[in-house]
Ligand binder design. Structure first.
Ligand SMILES: Cc1cc2nc3c(=O)[nH]c(=O)nc-3n(C[C@H](O)[C@H](O)[C@H](O)COP(=O)(O)O)c2cc1C
Length: 66
């Protein structure tokens, strides 16, 4: 999935991560807590996730907080 975060200047960043699992509380991915995305999320918990679904000509987007 594509994970979008924003930095302290509100500059958006995106990168691919692996969805590990999901349940009724939300979606889970693993990352290094020292990574740029983790640092950005520590300052601004708003996040967007995107799953492209080319075969069906769909995309599925999640908006929320970590
Ligand atoms: C197919 C694929 C799967 C990836 N999965 C993860 C992942 O599960 N967790 C992760 O931290 N980075 C993953 N990465 C690396 C991230 O895309 C990214 O380069 C890295 O986490 C550093 O991002 P950051 O500097 O924005 O924190 C994956 C990359 C690719 C291409």
């Amino acid at each position: 999935m594509c994970v979008a975060t924003v930095d302290k200047n509100r500059q958006p960043y995106q990168r691919i991560v692996l969805l590990k699992y999901f349940d009724d509380k939300g979606l889970v991915f693993y990352t290094n807590l020292g990574s740029r995305k983790a640092q950005q999320l520590a300052k601004n918990p708003h996040i967007s996730l995107l799953f492209p679904w080319h075969m069906l000509k769909y995309q599925v987007i999640f908006l929320g907080r970590v």
